[in-house]
Design a protein around this ligand. Structure first.
Ligand code: ADP
Ligand code: MG
Length: 388
């Protein structure tokens, strides 16, 4: 689960990480009032969406005067912001963060996340922070240094200093940076953050180290014990289909292609994506209906898939082990009747009660092509999507 920049900065401040002073606004008038309260002449107006890359997309504006703050907020609010990190539809801007500008001498980068293979938290830092860190990682990875935190020992000050000196910070700045690192590490461990990112971490013109941007991501499985953070969730920033799917306990991820997939089991779902791609198709989604699914869940899953206008064909790939194929067929038929199926469906049902399931589909009179071979099923659905 993601948070907005302003929420992440609130947490940063609580853990002793210096951040610019700012205020949230949901209307142009509120933005003006926020600027008045902050005082001064110049302000930064920042669109609050769950994505980075806002600076380059017009979502961060440095302005002078209260009128300009109001104007900038008016232009952003109610719009959708499309950045390198969003899809083509972008994310809705429902609020802006009005902030005091900082004089920037240097833009650095620091982030921590869980390294699953090493089973510990890794921190990485670079002197080449700012809006192009992705390019740095791709073309000059030697400009990024990593340290690994032993879970029993915790983050050691010498490790933070190592990163600080790597970024050419002065002795005083390294001390400030070490405090920031300790705050980030505590957030990662105490709040169950799966990612903490500061880009840019700046050295101000006065020579102080400060977090100018803040990005936190949390482990959804830990939200039961992070009630406050769970309460900061903003559903408006989440994919609607994914949100709907979570209500029914379905594992659903929107992918942007045109072949809707309904599969049981995460492994089979991955294999299904692969084989669709292998034969030149593009999956519209990943969907694992789970092992012990019910006809109702299948109905909901089917409705989710057919809701997207991009979906040109549907591929059902079910291996009936725990789940029975006739039950899946029942769910499909129910869903088709409720939604009025208009696109072709290729169904591969294997395993328990597969004959019964296939007979039910055949007898339903719906546009469903049963195929038992996986390769042939994938080829068929790709061809159907292409000819649609
Ligand atoms: P994003 O990562 O989404 O592009 P940032 O918060 O990193 O958004 O802002 C982009 C850039 O805007 C920063 O790299 C920095 O140069 C500038 N900026 C952001 N906030 C401030 C601020 N308070 N004062 C001065 N410049 C800022
Ligand atoms: Mg940033």
């Amino acid at each position: 689960m993601n948070l907005h920049e302003y929420q992440s900065k609130e947490i940063f401040a609580r853990y002793g990480i210096p951040v610019p002073q700012g205020q949230l606004a949901a209307s142009p008038e509120q933005a003006r009032a926020a600027a008045k309260q902050l005082g001064g002449e110049k302000f930064v107006v920042k669109a609050q969406v769950h994505a980075g890359g806002r600076g380059k997309a017009g979502g961060v504006k440095l302005v002078e005067g209260f009128d300009a703050v109001e104007e900038a907020a008016k232009k952003m609010l109610g719009q959708r912001l499309v950045t390198k990190q969003t899809d083509a539809a972008g994310l809705p801007i429902n609020s802006v963060w009005v902030e005091k500008p900082s004089g920037i001498a240097r833009e650095l980068y620091v982030a921590g996340l869980v390294d699953r293979s090493r089973e510990r938290i890794v921190f990485m830092a670079s002197a080449a922070g700012g809006m192009d860190i992705e390019e740095v990682a791709e073309h000059t990875p030697e400009k990024i240094k990593r340290i690994f935190v032993h879970p029993a020992a915790g983050l050691q000050p010498y490790q933070a200093r190592e990163l600080g000196f790597f970024m050419d910070l002065t002795k005083e700045q390294v001390d400030q940076f070490t405090k920031i690192m300790q705050g980030l590490y505590r957030i990662a461990t105490e709040c169950d953050a799966s990612m903490v990112e500061v880009n840019p971490l700046i050295v101000t013109t006065e020579g102080n180290v400060m977090a100018l941007d803040a990005k936190l991501n949390f482990d959804t499985n830990a939200l039961y014990r992070q009630k406050e953070i769970a309460g900061m969730r903003d559903p408006s920033q989440e994919d609607e289909a994914e949100r709907e799917a979570s209500k029914f306990d379905l594992n659903y991820v929107t992918l942007g292609g045109d072949i809707g997939c309904m599969v049981n089991g995460a492994g089979l779902a991955m294999a299904t994506m692969d084989i669709v791609k292998l034969h030149g198709g593009k999956p519209a989604n990943f969907l694992d209906v789970g092992g012990g699914t019910t006809a109702e869940k299948v109905t909901e899953a089917f409705k989710l898939i057919t809701r997207s206008p991009e979906v040109k064909a549907i591929f059902i790939n079910i291996f009936g082990g725990i789940v029975r194929c006739d039950l899946i067929a029942e769910g499909i038929i129910q869903a088709c009747k409720q939604t009025g199926l208009k696109i072709p469906v290729v169904a591969r049902l294997q395993g328990t009660n597969m004959e019964k399931g296939r007979d039910m589909l055949n007898a339903s009179g719906l546009k469903i092509t049963p195929v038992s071979d996986l390769t042939e099923a994938a080829k068929t659905v790709v061809a159907l999507a292409k000819s649609a």
